[in-house]
Design a protein around this ligand. Structure first.
Ligand code: BDR
Ligand code: CA
Length: 314
């Protein structure tokens, strides 16, 4: 039976890839998308998600909007580095027809709480943006905090951050929210830069999508080529773009592609290391599942990604 998932996205080029991966997987059933701020504003992020769902012929998937800014801030401005990596519209400045659909009534936070109450262990929430929405749901509902299974793309344990030397972009947006989520969750898997920068895509891969001759194939190839060009400037030593968000979805689909380190985690919330993800010295016991991805079978993952994409973009 396919595993039920909900994606919490700040759509975002690699979020767009995570969305297509989930839709192309025979082993996943995407119940809904919740949208957050991060790579773009929450309004732009949910508009991108709705447009991409139309493009991928899945206008049936509901989309909910979450909070528009960090839990300890009053507003939000897109970072210069996000604009550079994802383009002004978040999807590589590629034009995708605006959806005639709107977001669902009701908040993403309430929706997530209800979804975990209904589906319990059968559901995995994959968070690939700031942790604000998930942390808020945990604060609002003890049942949610106890029962939610979360795979979180964010953080960096064994490598430096990508916004500051300490801090990865998703955690950087709202360190107290990521800290709360990592400390309180009963079942959390962190998929950070330690592994996502080991999984790369090049223009050879995107050429095969363009070769499909579909609007979706062309659009995704254009978006990813923009992203690959940005990586050639920010991280030329990699030789491609990092596959952050789709790797988190793949880990939720089949956790055997990852080597996991069981470890309780926390986030530094003040001082020069604000945003650093590090082991939590106060929770060393095995009372819950908290683990960090420290290795990945990159070849198996990229092959699987290409299969899932071929299905989603057909
Ligand atoms: C993460 O930050 C965002 O820019 C990407 O979409 C990804 O979720 C990588 O650090
Ligand atoms: Ca993201």
């Amino acid at each position: 039976m396919a595993r039920k998932i909900i994606l919490d996205l700040d759509t975002g080029i690699d979020d767009a890839l995570a969305l297509a991966y989930a839709l192309g997987s025979p082993d996943l059933e995407l119940l809904a998308v919740t949208g957050t701020y991060g790579n773009v504003t929450v309004e732009q992020g949910v508009a991108n998600t709705l447009s991409l769902l139309d493009l991928l012929a899945r206008p049936d998937i509901p989309v909910y909007a979450g909070p528009g800014h960090a839990s300890d801030r009053q507003g939000f401005e897109v970072l210069e580095i996000s604009r550079f990596i994802h383009g002004g519209n978040g999807i590589g400045n590629v034009d995708v027809a605006r959806s005639s659909r709107g977001v669902q009534a009701g908040s993403a936070v309430d929706f997530l709480i209800g979804a975990v109450a209904s589906h319990g262990d059968d559901l995995v929430i994959v968070s690939t943006g700031p942790s604000t929405t998930v942390a808020q749901a945990m604060k609002q509902s003890e049942d949610f905090a106890h029962n939610a299974r979360i795979v979180f793309m964010g953080g960096a344990l064994t490598v430096p951050g990508n916004v500051t030397p300490w801090s990865e972009a998703n955690v950087h947006q709202d360190p107290p929210a990521s800290d709360y989520m990592l400390r309180q969750s009963r079942d959390i898997s962190m998929v950070g830069l330690d592994v996502t920068l080991q999984t790369l895509l090049t223009t050879e891969h995107t050429a095969t999508w363009r070769g499909l001759g579909t609007a979706a194939g062309r659009t995704y190839a254009d978006m990813l080529d923009y992203y690959i060009d940005a990586y050639a400037v920010t991280a030329p030593y990699l030789g491609g773009c990092g596959l952050h968000d789709p790797l988190a979805v793949a880990a939720a689909e089949d956790d055997s592609i990852i080597t996991w380190l069981p470890h309780a985690m926390k986030v530094d919330v003040e001082g020069p290391t604000r945003g650093r993800t590090i082991g939590d010295e106060t929770q060393m016991g095995p009372s819950r599942r908290s683990r960090v991805a420290v290795g990945v079978d990159a070849e198996r993952f990229v092959a699987r990604l290409m299969e899932r994409m071929a299905t989603a973009l057909a």
